[in-house]
Design a binder for this molecule. Structure first.
Ligand SMILES: [Fe+2]
Length: 533
């Protein structure tokens, strides 16, 4: 008997030891085989009738009948049964037999046919065949007991093999399900409490990318009105570089958007060729799922999950559940954003007030905020710090509200007394922001924005790294913008000259490293402008 090959081929079911145990247990001997083969020709005549009656009885159960909706299926099952019992009585327990029996358990389970139905059908056949064997034994003058025992042994072996594959599959499903459930619970618990979309997208993509080949996550960049790369997994070096370079526009992913908006399915989008065709080639996208992040009907980002083979049902369910959770979190983030927007507007109005008093022209506050944000991001700071530095840049001079106009707007050289008054503005500003809960963290940036890298600044005379990083960044971008803006007492100086001056005062007035990053960023901007142009 060659049973082990079957196990090998299917990669599941009994190991060689299991099979040996089974054979020892069922104890099928050559004699058993001979006995069955002896009566096989006589049984063969009865098999079609028994099977036909079985099918008739079976179809009387509505729940079983549901599995065989078509006559054709019933007919096919009937012939399979006949074939099976004929083979069983030939008692040829070769690899082919075992393979087909292992497969039976698996196929039945997959179609949702419960194990107890299957076992019930054995009892029907055992009863019928024992009756037939009794008849044959009588007619052929054979001993019924050994014949019936041999028959029972082979039936038991058969049940054992089928049940084994039934339960192997069940166990696999169970453990897989348990694993999935576990990860689902973990992911869901961790999602609650996210108040920032980029952190949320980052978390989801890293949680969901374990079971996919690669993932690409983009987040909407309001300022540039396109989608910026946020994070990726499973890409090769070349793809990673391209990922960092490509910033898809709303227009390019319009396909997804219109489908999400127009179709009823505002959920996960399956199999949509988003972006341009060549992006699909570039990232070797095959079977993809797209998870768009919506906040009040606006697409704020998306995650593309990519696999070589189709997503299986279990995996889809997991992804959908995580996505459903994330949608709720997104709505919450939307509410937070709304509050933040109001709050940002208030801050901006406040800052523009300072701008007006300080007699800058144009968009000084906006520019300084933008530059500070870019530099902070380029230096690899986290989003929270970037955001704070941005606010710090907007509000650093808020203390000037406490400085009288006549001093602030004075075109002539300031007296010592007047300078002392102006020099209080970092203190006053820090006091103002400290009193607002959300702005507490930026008070050190406001307090120290007039410090110098060499320690000759004010109010504390801190030097180098003693000055908070945010304050050092603000000093660089504000100095540059002040030079390139028109002021009451002088005209704006050309950008190239301002850059030269920055280089000159790097190391004394300003942090040289930050000056480098700032100038680097300028170069990059220039290049991308050229490309865009
Ligand atoms: Fe200042």
């Amino acid at each position: 008997m060659n049973i082990q090959s079957a196990a090998g081929k299917y990669g599941f079911g009994p190991s060689r030891k299991d099979i040996d145990d089974k054979l020892a247990f069922t104890n099928i001997s050559e004699e058993d085989v001979q006995r069955l083969r002896e009566i096989a020709p006589f049984i063969k005549k009865a098999i079609p009738g028994i099977c036909k009656n079985f099918m008739v009885e079976l179809s009387a159960f509505p729940e079983v009948n549901a599995y065989f909706p078509k006559d054709e299926t019933v007919h096919r099952l009937g012939s399979k049964l006949i074939n099976f019992w004929e083979e069983l009585f030939k008692a040829k327990f070769d690899a082919e037999y075992h393979e087909s029996r292992l497969k039976v358990g698996q196929v039945h389970d997959r179609h949702g046919i419960q194990f107890n139905y299957y076992i019930d059908s054995y009892s029907y056949f055992i009863e019928m065949f024992l009756e037939k064997i009794r008849q044959i034994a009588k007619e052929r003058r054979l001993a019924f007991l050994p014949l019936s025992q041999s028959f029972m042994k082979v039936v038991l072996l058969d049940i054992d093999i089928v049940s084994c594959s039934y339960f192997t599959r069940r166990e696999e499903t169970l453990s897989k399900y348990a694993g999935s459930l576990n990860s689902l619970v973990n992911i869901s618990t961790r999602l609650i409490g996210y108040t920032d979309l980029s952190n949320l997208l980052f978390r989801i993509s890293s949680d969901l990318s374990n079971d996919v080949k690669s993932s690409l996550t983009y987040i909407y960049d309001k300022e540039q009105d396109n989608f910026a790369p946020l994070t990726s997994t499973g890409l090769n070096e070349k793809q990673k570089n391209i990922f960092q370079m490509i910033r898809p526009t709303e227009k390019e992913i319009g396909d997804v958007d219109s489908l999400i908006r127009d179709g009823a399915k505002r959920d996960i989008i399956d199999q949509i060729k988003m972006l341009k065709e060549n992006y699909i080639d570039v990232f070797s996208l095959k079977e993809i799922m797209i998870l768009p992040a919506y906040i009040s009907d606006t697409n704020y980002g998306f995650i593309i999950l990519n696999k070589d083979e189709p997503f299986d049902e279990d995996q889809k369910k997991i992804i959908q559940s995580v996505y459903d959770q994330a949608k709720v979190v997104c709505e919450n983030i939307g509410l937070i954003y709304e509050v933040q927007d109001t709050y940002k507007d208030t801050i901006l109005a406040l800052a523009q007030g300072i701008e007006a008093r300080d007699a800058y022209t144009g968009e000084h506050v906006h520019r300084v905020a933008k530059h500070a944000e870019r530099v902070a991001r380029k230096m690899g700071l986290n989003e929270h710090d970037v955001e704070n530095i941005r606010y710090g840049a907007i509000l650093h001079d808020i203390g000037k509200l406490a400085v009288p106009d006549m001093i602030l707007r004075k075109k002539e050289r300031l007296t010592r007394q007047e300078f002392a008054t102006i020099a209080t503005h970092p203190y006053k500003g820090a006091e103002i922001v400290k009193s607002i809960e959300r702005l507490k963290d930026i008070s050190p940036y406001v307090l120290h924005h007039e410090e110098r890298y060499d320690g000759k600044g004010y109010p504390k005379g801190l030097a180098g790294d003693e000055i908070p990083l945010g304050a050092r960044i603000i000093a660089v971008v504000d100095t540059y913008d002040a030079m390139t803006s028109n002021r009451p007492y002088r005209k704006a100086i050309p950008k190239e000259r301002a850059k030269k001056i920055l280089k000159k005062i790097a190391g004394t007035q300003l942090d040289p490293q930050i000056v480098d990053v700032f100038l680097e960023w300028f170069e990059e901007e220039k290049k991308s402008d050229r490309i865009a142009g």
